[in-house]
Design a binder for this molecule. Structure first.
Ligand SMILES: [Mn+2]
Length: 339
C-alpha cells in the first residue's frame, strides 16, 4: 500500500469513519467490515458500518453485527447524512461502486477520504488510498495486512480474529481454492494462537440451516439442475416461484452452485436466480477457464478467475437460460482445455 504513513497520520486522531461492504455481503465482506470496525474503535474512532442490503442469518453471530445499519428506502436521509458527514470511508471487498447502489452516489459526493481494500480482478479506481491485491485470497486477508501495516497487531483480539477467520475461510472454500497460500495458513495459525474457536465458526456458518433452506437445496438438485456434459457445464435455474415455495431468505442459495461443480467431469457451473427486477447469476470454474471473463463479457459482471457474478436487468429467466446455453459452444475449446 502506498502512502501508508500519510494514512497513519490521518488516522492518528479520532475520525468519523464509515465502512461499507458490497450488496448482499458475504462472510468476507461483512467479516472484513466488522474486524476493521472493531480495530478502528480501539483507536478511538467513531465507526459506523453501513450495508447496502441485508445479509444471511448465518453471519449475524459476528461481533459488532448489532451495530450494522442495513439500508432500506425509509432510511435514505439517515444514510445520506452519515456518509456526507464522515471523515473517512472504507470500501471493503469491491472495487466497483456499482456494487453498493444506492449508496454509491452519496459516497461519490462525500468529501471524506476514501480507502478501498479489495481483491477483485477488475478494478475501477475511485479512492485516494487503496490496498488492492487480486492475488489475495480474501479481503479479510488484506484487512489483516492493513492492521499489520498500521502497527496494530497487538490490538487483534478474539472478536476481530473470528471475523477475519470467517472471511478467509469462506473465500478460500475452507482452504481448498488455489488462492490458499502458505501466507494464509500462517495468518490462520496466528488467529488460532489468539484463541479463536475455529470449529465454532464453521458450525455457525455451515451448520445452521433452516429446514426450508435444506429442502430448497434438495429441490434444486432434483428438479432444477441441468447437466451439459458436451460443454463440461452444469447449471441451476431457480424461478421466483421456486424461491417463494421454499420461503426463501437471503443466503439460502449461497454455495448451491458448488454442488454443480462437484460433478465429475464438470469444470464450469452457474446458477441463475430470478429476482424482482433482474436475473442474478453466479459462475464457478475449475482450472484455467475464466468465470470472470465469461461473466464480464456477457452478463455485466466479474469477480475472480474461478468465481464471478453477473446479472441481466429486466431479463426473463427462460431467455437468460437460452442465452447462457447458446454461448457455451463458443467456449467449447476453452472448456475442454481448462484442466
Ligand atoms: Mn472477498
Amino acid at each position: 500500500m502506498q502512502n501508508i504513513e500519510e494514512l497513519k497520520r490521518i488516522l492518528s486522531s479520532p475520525k468519523k469513519v464509515v465502512i461499507i461492504p458490497h450488496q448482499k455481503p458475504d462472510a468476507d465482506a461483512l467479516g472484513s467490515c466488522l474486524s476493521l470496525s472493531a480495530y478502528l474503535k480501539k483507536l478511538h474512532h467513531q465507526v459506523q458500518v453501513l450495508s447496502p442490503t441485508d445479509y444471511p442469518n448465518f453471519l449475524t453471530w459476528m461481533s459488532g453485527n448489532e451495530e450494522v445499519m442495513v439500508f432500506e428506502p425509509s432510511k435514505e436521509k439517515i444514510f445520506q447524512d452519515i456518509i456526507r458527514n464522515s471523515d473517512v470511508i472504507f470500501c471493503l471487498d469491491y472495487s466497483d461502486l456499482a456494487r453498493i447502489t444506492p449508496l454509491d452516489k452519496w459516497v461519490v459526493q462525500s468529501p471524506a477520504i476514501k480507502i478501498m481494500i479489495d481483491h477483485h480482478i477488475d478494478r475501477i479506481a475511485f479512492t485516494q488510498y487503496e490496498l488492492w491485491e487480486p492475488k489475495a485470497a480474501a479481503t479479510a486477508e488484506l484487512v489483516y495486512d492493513f492492521i499489520q501495516l498500521m502497527g496494530g497487531n497487538d490490538l487483534i483480539d478474539i472478536p476481530i480474529a473470528e471475523c477475519i477467520y470467517a472471511g478467509i475461510m469462506t473465500d478460500t472454500g475452507s482452504f481448498k481454492y488455489p488462492s490458499t497460500s502458505s501466507k494464509i495458513h500462517r495468518i490462520i495459525a496466528k488467529l488460532l494462537d489468539i484463541g479463536i474457536n475455529h470449529s465454532k465458526i464453521h458450525h455457525q456458518i455451515f451448520d445452521t440451516n433452516s429446514e426450508n433452506r435444506l429442502r430448497l437445496i434438495g429441490f434444486a438438485l432434483k428438479e432444477r439442475l441441468t447437466i451439459l456434459r458436451e460443454f463440461r457445464t452444469a447449471f441451476f435455474a431457480l424461478s421466483s416461484s421456486d424461491l417463494k415455495t421454499h420461503q426463501y431468505q437471503t443466503g439460502d442459495t449461497e454455495g448451491l452452485v458448488n454442488y454443480a461443480l462437484s460433478l465429475e467431469g464438470i469444470i464450469f457451473a452457474a446458477i441463475l436466480i430470478e429476482d424482482a427486477d433482474k436475473i442474478k447469476m453466479s459462475f464457478r470454474s475449475i482450472g484455467d477457464f475464466s468465470a470472470n471473463d465469461f461473466a464480464r463479457e456477457h452478463f455485466n459482471g466479474g469477480g475472480h478467475k474461478n468465481a464471478a457474478g453477473g446479472r441481466v436487468v429486466n431479463g426473463k429467466l427462460d431467455s437468460v437460460i437460452q442465452q447462457f446455453v447458446s454461448l457455451l459452444p463458443h467456449y467449447k475449446a476453452k472448456l475442454f482445455n481448462s484442466l
